[in-house]
Design a protein around this ligand. Structure first.
Ligand SMILES: C[S@@+](CC[C@H](N)C(=O)[O-])C[C@H]1O[C@@H](n2cnc3c(N)ncnc32)[C@H](O)[C@@H]1O
Length: 276
């Protein structure tokens, strides 16, 4: 019998608990913990340019992981609550907040249950870089976003463009089209990764992960269906991690395809407002 959704989520949770412990040690500096402790704001240039002023706003950070971005948002003056299903990530986020001397609340649970876990009436939902690929039900995600927002409240979303996951580099580094553009809820993409993307090389015990590709139209239509108005949709030629070999790491911390390579959209950002 194939695994059920609960098994997929359980496998992902075990993987994320383990990765949270690795990421907070930050042996490679990928998570910028030393800079965060020294007072830096770790938002990437894409969201920093698009998010707008959050000072004084009630902000819900979905899939907050170990809280590095949540604390950067708190540093910008937002009243932040982070939500993540990994108890290890939440515990690390709480400790990091103390070490930074910043006030932010962190709550353990599924994004699907955001309204009952966090409450409602938020001015902003912020979710970036590692979001809907972990979720089987894009409509339920969009409903959760709408449910926590106050009327007039806004979603900011930025993530790897789904097209990126359709390609894999072959042995010569050439990108080859491998995946369908959309994943059925009951048949996620299964993969085994021995190490995490932070480059530390530490071996994972819980290697198996399950992910879902949601096309841009599926994400946008889910938001529209949940009662949000789309304010902007942007495709970017840069992203904060290295999906393929040979990418160029810029001084702005973003990775780009090398000059002369066929251009692909690497990141997708969306702004949306709850109208009703
Ligand atoms: C790549 S991380 C996101 C990192 C984030 N950009 C940040 O601020 O550091 C993905 C996060 O999603 C969380 N996650 C995955 N599935 C989830 C779910 N169903 N509900 C809540 N969190 C989930 C994982 O625990 C992990 O912390």
């Amino acid at each position: 019998m194939p695994p059920a959704t609960a098994d997929y989520i359980a496998a992902n949770l075990a993987n994320w608990n383990e990765r949270a412990d690795i990421h907070v040690r930050d042996e490679t500096g990928f998570y910028g913990i030393d800079a965060l402790l020294a007072g830096a704001n770790l938002l990437m240039p894409i969201e920093a340019a698009e998010l707008g002023d959050v000072a004084g706003l009630r902000l819900a950070h979905f899939q907050c992981h170990i809280g590095t971005d949540s604390l950067s948002l708190a540093r910008l003056g937002a009243d932040v609550v982070g939500l993540d299903f990994s108890p290890a990530a939440i515990a690390h986020a709480q400790r990091l907040a103390q070490r930074c001397g910043l006030t932010a609340r962190f709550v353990e649970g599924s994004v699907y249950d955001a309204a009952s876990l966090l409450g409602t009436g938020f001015d902003r939902v912020f979710t970036t870089w590692g979001t809907v690929y972990w979720l089987d039900d894009i409509a339920a995600w969009a409903r959760a976003v709408a449910a926590v927002l106050a009327p007039g409240g806004k979603l900011y979303f930025a993530d790897t463009h789904p097209e990126v996951y359709q390609f894999e580099a072959d042995a010569s580094g050439r990108l080859v089209l491998r995946q369908d553009f959309r994943t059925a809820a009951t048949a996620p993409l299964a993969s085994d990764e021995a190490t995490s993307y932070d480059g530390s090389g530490q071996r994972l015990q819980n290697m198996r992960i399950y992910e879902w590709l949601h096309s841009p139209s599926d994400i946008l239509n889910a938001l529209i269906g949940a009662g949000l108005r789309i304010d902007f949709v942007r495709e970017h030629e840069a992203l904060p991690w290295r999906p393929y070999p040979g990418m160029v790491h810029g001084a702005d911390r973003l990775f780009r395809l090398p000059a002369g390579h066929v251009r692909l959209p690497l990141a997708l950002s969306i702004g949306a407002t709850r109208t009703g």
